[in-house]
Ligand binder design. Structure first.
Ligand SMILES: Nc1nc2c(c(=O)[nH]1)N[C@H]1C(S)=C(S)[C@@H](COP(=O)(O)OP(=O)(O)OC[C@H]3O[C@@H](n4cnc5c(=O)[nH]c(N)nc54)[C@H](O)[C@@H]3O)O[C@H]1N2
Ligand SMILES: Nc1nc2c(c(=O)[nH]1)N[C@H]1C(S)=C(S)[C@@H](COP(=O)(O)OP(=O)(O)OC[C@H]3O[C@@H](n4cnc5c(=O)[nH]c(N)nc54)[C@H](O)[C@@H]3O)O[C@H]1N2
Ligand SMILES: [Mo]
Length: 772
């Protein structure tokens, strides 16, 4: 399956410099101010950055890393948070004139970068069947179109409602309520492509799919393993916490195929030594692992710990914890004793000495935390890998004690809160019955579709209604060609968005763009100024209140948009008081307090200075609400990823200049790339072995073996080879340019997450002819 992408910048302009070993510092401060002023002007920049992550301000729309409790610094943000704000608070706008001047065909020829740079969406727009251009439409007419299309479907299950992770708790709660009152659980979300593997593994192992540590835990840990995560770019504020941990004596071990800046050295711009000195060294050890080797690493380490216990009984295992709080230990022990260390070395590409030192560090530590992100979750064996990380902690009793635990580092700023509010295709019965009791509705009980299943359903059953609460579904999902065809088969596509993206251009028979307020915008409703709430990666819930004047009076808040659609769909005498909810968000929170455990007295608690924390039974009381009532040791056969001769393993990553599918710029400062994104990071030995030279342009062809053994190919053309210190056989390139290479059926076991970090490819000389 071949597919050509459009890109208007000259790939020959890519400049490669030596990759930087440190993150942040003065250049980061300068970049954030410069981006802000370009997009927002001086006054908006000053106002918005002053309100970012402050108690009376708004939650950063960047990542889900918590604010430091107690003593918030004036500038509780980072370069990339400031870029995310600039992107949203831009003064540039995309309104009716823009759409009159640009046809869909024209816009389809632009890159995501160009589309995003055009500015904020200001008016509701409609694309009528067969039309070439979007035109303005009233909110009431737009809502009527949605209501009519939904009512016309044979079954509510022919509608699909996507959610990205920036949606507030209040909007998420109302959105799932509307969808369930309508009659389906088809609620795919970005989490399906993100931390679903963490949720699956943690729920089975410890009974709750959320991380068990807080900021003080990290600051007081003895040992922190950071696997499959690039915090220097994606969670820069985490570096300050890690630096604090190091000052308190923690040891940090980075597990990554790439020597990511920030993991190696970090300059805190808020500290003098960060500005003038060399910066702090964050990682004491760097385990340069092969892609997909983490499961082998964790099993190998567990075996070494078991051997150490055998040699000196009573010194390694936490017997009291194991006996009281865990199940399945003996079976697991049996299995771990049989692990073959030679295979572990081959799978990880690490040296025996490195494993021994890491095992020693685990034994010496009285408080160990394991952090991870997409390098672990977006693998076929992602769930099993995370279960192995938990095994390693359980054998030493490292859960539910200060300074120890699991730390899946979430992506989108409210992705965890959206799940808590019921955005999940498989919400448990307890939640559904509480929802039904609160509103007198009958929620459907059959599970809905996740992201991959939703694409299959749209592909196989034209005529679906697809609605998205934020995000960029077509670019974020795998198998771009298949996904595009699936969306084009829909009867209606609706995008609630802040910025223009490709999902507005790959559309159903009728399409709507509904422009929404973002985090930074002031939100005024009938009863006055409103705030919303979010939940961070460590289960802390707090307020977020926008501070900027919206760039158009036609935009509506997500809450108001949902209430408008719901009223058109259900009428004004519905069981749910949509109108009152839109007027006063306190009323939504009152309902949430009766439906969602942990939110009792929501309106009071959230008005406390630091907000409040949600219960986490393993952390709070070593209670494990699993099938055994205990923390479960998981037994998994080892999976790893050998790379066949002549082939390469490709992982798809974020550059320093993007937020998922939103491209801020064409540089990746820490990796030394400037002026372009179609690059393939590859070991110089592979370049030579395959007969190329650094700087050559190639096409990437992915090879997917179907069940019947035949091979399916997908191609993405014109990538510049960049010699880079990645393991032999392992390569990396940016997302979303590489999404056309990922087969829809290539998903993680159990979590169904697309495997974005291990795509088998080969390279061929570039066939792209239009190069200028
Ligand atoms: N500025 C900015 N911030 C963001 C985002 C953004 O795009 N831009 N995105 C947000 C979102 S939604 C998310 S989910 C997070 C993503 O945060 P990350 O997970 O840090 O993002 P990725 O760029 O996918 O990086 C994956 C990391 O895993 C490593 N890796 C790949 N394969 C393996 C493997 O097999 N084993 C190990 N040990 N490591 C591996 C890669 O080299 C890379 O360092 O960031 C959030 N924050
Ligand atoms: N190959 C590959 N694919 C991946 C990944 C990968 O690592 N590799 N990562 C996956 C991951 S972890 C994730 S989370 C997904 C991300 O998938 P999505 O969340 O769907 O994608 P984003 O690019 O974050 O969405 C950006 C759009 O959201 C809209 N938006 C921004 N803020 C708001 C807001 O406040 N309200 C509303 N209504 N709209 C808003 C804007 O219009 C913007 O264009 O991608 C996944 N896809
Ligand atoms: Mo994510």
């Amino acid at each position: 399956m071949a597919r050509r992408d459009t890109y208007e910048y000259d790939e020959n302009a890519v400049v490669v410099t030596k990759n930087k070993q440190y993150a942040a510092g003065v250049p980061a401060v300068l970049v954030s101010l410069q981006r802000g002023i370009e997009q927002m002007g001086v006054a908006r920049t000053a106002l918005s950055l002053a309100k970012l992550n402050q108690r009376k301000g708004f939650d950063c729309p960047g990542c889900a890393w918590p604010e430091t409790p107690g003593h918030r610094k004036h500038a509780e943000f980072c370069e990339n948070g400031a870029k995310a704000v600039a992107e949203e608070a831009t003064k540039r706008t995309v309104g009716p004139d823009f759409f009159a001047a640009h046809s869909i065909a024209d816009l389809l020829g632009r890159t995501e970068y160009w589309l995003g740079q055009q500015g904020r969406l200001t008016h509701p727009m409609v694309l009528q069947p067969g039309a070439t251009h979007y035109e303005p439409i009233d909110w009431a007419d737009a809502n009527r179109i949605i209501a009519d299309e939904l009512t016309a479907l044979d079954s509510p299950h022919d509608a699909i409602f996507y959610t990205s992770g920036r949606t507030s708790n209040e909007a998420a709660f109302l959105y799932q309520l509307m969808i369930r009152a309508y009659g389906t659980n088809n609620m795919p979300d970005c989490s399906n492509m993100c931390h679903e593997s963490s949720g699956s593994a943690l729920t089975a192992s410890i009974g709750i799919g959320k991380g068990s540590v807080s900021i003080p835990d990290i600051e007081n840990a003895d040992l922190i393993l950071i696997a499959g995560q690039n915090p220097g770019t994606n969670h820069p504020r985490m570096l300050s916490t890690l630096e604090k941990a190091k000052e308190n004596g923690a040891r940090v071990i980075a597990v990554n195929p790439l020597p990511e800046a920030g993991l190696l050295r970090f300059k805190d711009p808020q500290k003098v030594h960060g500005v003038i000195g060399d910066g702090a060294t964050i990682s004491d050890d760097f385990l340069q692992i092969r892609i997909g080797g983490d499961m082998a690493l964790f099993q190998g380490l567990a075996k070494m710990l078991v051997d150490a216990e055998d040699a000196a009984p009573g010194t390694v295992l936490d017997r009291a914890f194991i006996d009281t709080h865990t199940a399945g230990f003996d079976e697991w022990l049996d299995h771990i004793r049989r692990v073959d260390l030679d295979i572990v070395l081959e799978a990880t590409g690490l040296k025996l000495r490195q494993l021994q030192e890491t095992a020693r560090a685990l034994i010496d530590s009285n408080a160990t935390i394991i952090c991870w992100a997409m390098g672990l979750t977006q693998q076929t064996h992602g769930v099993a890998t995370i279960e192995e990380a938990v095994n390693l902690l359980l054998m030493r009793g490292m859960i539910g004690k200060p300074g120890a635990g699991v730390c899946p580092v979430r992506g989108h700023s409210n992705v965890q809160g959206d799940r808590t509010m019921g955005i999940w295709e498989k919400m448990p019965e307890t939640f559904l019955s509480a929802l039904d009791t609160e509103f007198g509705i009958t929620s459907p009980r059959e599970h809905g579709l996740d992201a991959v299943e939703a694409i299959r359903a749209m592909r196989d059953r034209p005529g679906t209604v697809f609605m998205a609460m934020g995000g960029n579904f077509v670019s974020a999902t795998p198998d771009t060609g298949v996904t595009e065809a699936a969306l084009r088969g829909c009867s209606l596509t609706v995008q609630v968005s802040t910025k223009l993206n490709r999902s507005h251009l790959v559309h159903g028979r009728t399409a709507l763009i509904l422009p929404s307020l973002g985090r930074t915008d002031t939100d005024i409703q009938a009863t006055g100024k409103q705030f919303v709430t979010v939940e961070d990666s460590m289960s802390m819930v707090h307020r977020s209140r926008g501070a900027l004047t919206p760039s158009s009076p036609h935009m509506r808040s997500e809450v108001a948009i949902i209430c408008g659609v719901a009223e058109a769909l259900f009428g004004s005498d519905h069981l749910v008081p949509w109108n009152s909810f839109a007027a006063d968000y306190d009323l939504i929170r009152d309902s949430i307090s009766r439906v969602v455990p942990g939110f009792e007295n929501f309106n009071t608690k959230v008005r406390q200075k630091e907000g409040f924390g949600l219960p986490h039974p393993p952390r709070d009381s070593r209670t494990f609400e699993t099938n055994t009532g205990k923390a479960n040791f998981a037994v998994n056969d080892l999976v790893w990823l050998p790379v066949p001769a002549g082939r390469l393993m490709l992982q798809t990553i974020r550059s320093h200049d993007q937020y998922n599918t939103t491209i801020y710029g064409l540089d990746d400062r820490y990796r030394g790339v400037k002026g372009g994104r179609r690059v393939l990071f590859i070991n110089s030995r592979d370049i030579e072995a395959l007969g190329y030279r650094d700087g050559d342009h190639v096409d990437l062809i992915s090879e997917w073996t179907r069940r019947d053994g035949s091979i399916e190919e997908r191609r993405a053309d014109n990538f510049r080879l960049v010699a880079y210190p990645t393991p032999v056989g392992n390569t990396a390139a940016y997302y979303p340019e590489t999404n056309p290479l990922i087969p829809l059926d290539h998903v993680a076991d159990k979590s169904n997450t697309p495997v974005s970090k291990a795509i088998l490819i080969r390279i061929e000389p570039c066939t792209f002819t239009n190069r200028n």
